[in-house]
Write a protein that binds this ligand. Structure first.
Ligand code: AHG
Ligand code: MN
Ligand code: MN
Length: 329
């Protein structure tokens, strides 16, 4: 018999899971199924395009950035499992409305990652990180500012050719594919591991003139291929959706970087620590890879703001270690 294991069944069998946590994950899965449906309807729903508003990071929001944010907030705020939420699309932490009970978890999310790819019908995703707050109380800003090492769960959902959820609770990394026939995420990719070596890098080369010396050196050496010190040829990929990039690294290895650059002194990198870099770092480390800012293990960065940006270097261990060693030189 071909046994199907759903996300809920799988989580139930993991160690140290509480009913509240299983139900919270179920709520997140439900909102991601709604987002998958919404993104999939695309132009037919008349919701592609710009909302003509800016988020706190000065980025123009897409209509879908706002719609997907609202789907997540509406699915999570009333259930009594959270003491608060933080989203890329909302300036301040999102309080649980007074009429609803509070629970012990905090959910931080990027409701639509890679939203510049919406107009061109390429893969986008949702990234989430779960922390523990103070049970039964409204979360304060300080409650959110925990290091990545404190995460109890991290995951992302890919809206690509298949809809997939990649998840860790600190017991390895597993991948689930949405079976549209039964409406459930089912286990399809058990114990995902990142090969230690790779010959594939991923970086937005158009920013090259703004990078610092260690990243310039690493990419130069990759580009020299068999004619240089690395003595092997490298391939390059850039999707401009971190979710797609990290999924590729999880399946066939690679190194992904959005490094420090000098374009804007107020921005040490593009990606956000709390709902992009940290959840991806937890997943990558659990799969045997490494995630660093270049000078510090990502999950040990002390957060100062829910929207703070960090340089990100992640993927196959030996390549990330090499880039980190260039930063130490
Ligand atoms: P978001 O759509 O949530 O703002 O994130 C986009 C991020 C990330 O997914 C991707 O790796 C990067 O931005 C792409 O940046 P460039 O457009 O500078 O290449
Ligand atoms: Mn993003
Ligand atoms: Mn986003």
């Amino acid at each position: 018999m071909n046994t199907v294991k759903t996300l809920a069944q799988f989580i139930e069998q993991q160690a140290n899971t509480t009913t509240d946590f299983i139900l919270l994950l179920n709520d997140i899965a439900l909102s991601c199924k709604q987002i998958a449906r919404t993104v999939n309807r695309g132009a037919m729903a008349g919701i592609l395009g710009s909302a003509e508003t800016e988020n706190i990071q000065g980025e123009t929001q897409k209509e879908l950035d706002i719609i997907t944010n609202d789907i997540m907030v509406d699915a999570l705020n009333w259930t009594g499992r959270l003491s608060g939420m933080a989203s890329e699309e909302v300036d301040d932490p999102i309080a649980i409305p007074a009429e609803y009970p509070k629970g012990k978890y905090l959910a931080l999310f990027d409701p639509l990652d890679g939203s510049s790819n919406i107009d061109i019908n390429l893969t986008v995703g949702t990234i989430f990180s779960i922390l523990e707050g103070r049970d039964g109380q409204d979360a304060t800003l300080e409650d959110y500012l925990q290091k990545g090492t404190e995460q109890v769960c991290a995951g992302f959902v890919l809206y690509g050719p298949s809809t997939m959820m990649i998840l860790t609770t600190g017991q390895g990394v597993n991948g689930f594919t949405l079976d549209e026939d039964i409406g459930e995420f089912v286990l399809t990719h058990q114990d995902m591991t990142i090969p230690e070596d790779t010959a594939e890098f991923s970086i937005n080369m158009s920013n090259q003139r703004f990078w610092q010396e260690p990243v310039q050196r690493y990419i130069d050496e990759c580009l020299q291929g068999v004619d240089g010190t690395r003595d092997k040829n490298f391939n390059m990929r850039w999707v401009a959706s971190m979710v797609a990039e990290v999924y590729r690294v999880l399946t066939r290895g690679g190194i992904f970087m959005y490094p420090f650059d000098t374009r804007d002194p107020s921005r040490p990198g593009k990606l956000r620590l709390m709902y992009e870099a940290n959840p991806m770092a937890f997943i990558v480390e659990q799969a045997g890879g490494v995630c660093s800012t270049g000078v510090e293990r990502m999950m040990e960065v002390t957060p100062t703001d829910i929207h703070q940006r960090v340089p990100v270097i992640l993927g196959s261990k030996n390549e990330v270690d090499r880039v980190v060693s260039y930063h130490q030189d």
